[in-house]
Design a protein around this ligand. Structure first.
Ligand code: AMP
Ligand code: ZN
Length: 115
């Protein structure tokens, strides 16, 4: 399934729900988290619906690599110069609330709300 009609991030990818975008390309969309834990908090989201990191396989290696290597570029672009945190909540006990694979990237001066 490349898109799930009930998935909030699929709706954002489709433009049905607005988001504050910071980057988009053929495979990925990046937007500001609506409930940020840090001064800069963005979500890197694949356009394709993948439920979580636990649902990935060898076919997703390139996609996962692109998601991670995009993170430092985004932080540089957003003026984060003193380090950042990358989080992939996975499954219920992992704290995942939106069942569409995403990478949280957080940075900016501390203290942060969480994390
Ligand atoms: P997780 O707990 O890892 O599944 O994180 C989901 C994240 O998505 C949370 O940090 C939410 O604040 C964020 N979120 C949920 N809905 C939206 C939205 N419409 N736009 C931006 N971020 C959202
Ligand atoms: Zn989705």
């Amino acid at each position: 399934m490349s898109s799930d009609p009930n998935c909030i991030f699929c709706k954002i990818v489709a433009g049905q729900i607005p988001s504050r975008k910071v980057h988009e390309d053929e495979e990925l969309l990046v937007f500001h988290d609506i409930n940020p834990w840090a001064p800069v908090h963005v979500l890197i989201v694949p356009r394709v619906h993948v439920a979580s990191l636990a649902a990935t396989g060898p076919e997703h290696e390139a996609l996962l690599g692109r998601m991670l290597t995009l993170a430092p570029k985004l932080m540089q672009q957003l003026g984060v110069t003193n380090g950042f945190r990358v989080v992939v909540n996975t499954g219920r006990d992992g704290g995942q609330e939106v069942d569409h694979l995403h990478v949280h990237v957080m940075g900016g001066p501390r203290p942060w709300l969480k994390g």
